[in-house]
Design a protein around this ligand. Structure first.
Ligand code: GDP
Length: 299
């Protein structure tokens, strides 16, 4: 239901265009596949993946002797599921604790909102959660984060504005240890001005966690805004060169008709999508599930 509502724009535009192609033809021919190719390329799926998909469908037609457009539609759906699936789809219901989650990403992608949603999710699962205000560069960042932490009913650890991010993380780790928190979620500043600085800033924070809390599991999640298309992919590649990233959180999928962006995100970046943002409310975050994703777009 969450996926269906959140992916409505993609379903209404992208999937219905595809379905109108299928309904135009009564038998399978090259023109059908060409039309399909045009639509796929016009979405954010990307040229390379589109070619791969069309090639796969042509093979299916040949080897399985497909007869009707509907049979192609079924193969398309199956293949989309296959290419966006990774073996790292999230099952956080039995997450290991204590865990420290570091959230990275540029400003505006939905970092603060996502931290609030994650805090709420883990709290609802019965975990004790602390949040660290590690983005000390933005004036309003701490206040916004406080609003989300209040909503989620979790405590925020923050220092004065302009203080060293690593110091906030240090204090937060001590608090998490002494209170035996299950999950510590750390915000970080998302300044992508240059790779060397980014790397240094992130490494400083990572070192604090490694050194001060070596018994905790560590996860680094990169937040990407799905409405930024190719820019998001480029951002992700830059972050990946600066840090070891365990997962991607793809936000604002409800705000775009180009949910096809999931294909290049899964195929080009080399980091699995762990969660998706499907709205602005606190429970509009879902663990990524390739089956549910494709089923929501193509009923
Ligand atoms: P930050 O600068 O990265 O911390 O971004 P914010 O968390 O402040 O979010 C920026 C804007 O994106 C806000 O208006 C949020 O409501 C919005 N936003 C974040 N996640 C989502 C999402 O999944 N769906 C939608 N529609 N909006 C989102």
């Amino acid at each position: 239901k969450k996926f269906t509502d959140g992916l409505k724009k993609t379903k209404d535009e992208f999937a219905s265009k595809i379905d109108s192609v299928f309904s135009m033809y009564t038998k399978i021919d090259d023109e059908l596949l060409e039309d399909l190719e045009d639509i796929l390329i016009g979405s954010d799926i990307g040229v390379e993946s589109t070619m791969d998909i069309i090639e796969h469908l042509k093979n299916c037609v040949k080897t399985e002797k497909l007869k009707t457009p509907d049979e192609i539609r079924i193969r398309l759906k199956e293949y989309l599921k296959e290419i966006i699936h990774t073996d790292d789809e999230t099952d956080d219901s039995n997450m290991k604790t204590p865990t420290v989650i570091l959230i990275i990403g540029v400003n505006g992608v939905g970092k603060t909102t996502t931290i609030g949603k994650l805090a709420n999710r883990y709290k609802t699962m019965g975990k004790s959660v602390l949040v660290a205000a590690g983005d000390t560069f933005r004036a309003a960042a701490v206040e916004q984060l406080q609003v989300w932490c209040d909503r989620a009913g979790v405590e925020l650890i923050a220092n004065k504005e302009g203080s060293d991010p690593a110091a906030v993380i240090f204090d937060s780790v001590q608090a998490a240890k002494s209170r035996k928190a299950d999950v510590l979620i750390c915000d970080t500043a998302g300044r992508l001005h240059n790779k060397k600085n980014l790397m240094n800033e992130l490494n400083k924070i990572f070192r604090v966690v490694d050194k001060e809390y070596d018994t905790a599991f560590k996860q680094v999640y990169l937040v990407i805004d799905s409405t930024t298309g190719q820019n998001g992919i480029i951002q992700a590649k830059t972050f990946k060169e600066a840090a070891d990233i365990d997962g991607i959180i793809l936000t604002k999928l409800d705000g775009t008709a180009k949910g096809g962006i999931i294909v290049p995100v899964q195929k080009e970046i080399g980091v699995p999508v762990k969660y998706v943002g499907l709205g602005e409310k606190i429970d509009d975050l879902q663990p990524f599930d390739s089956n549910k994703f494709v089923d929501a777009i193509f009923e």
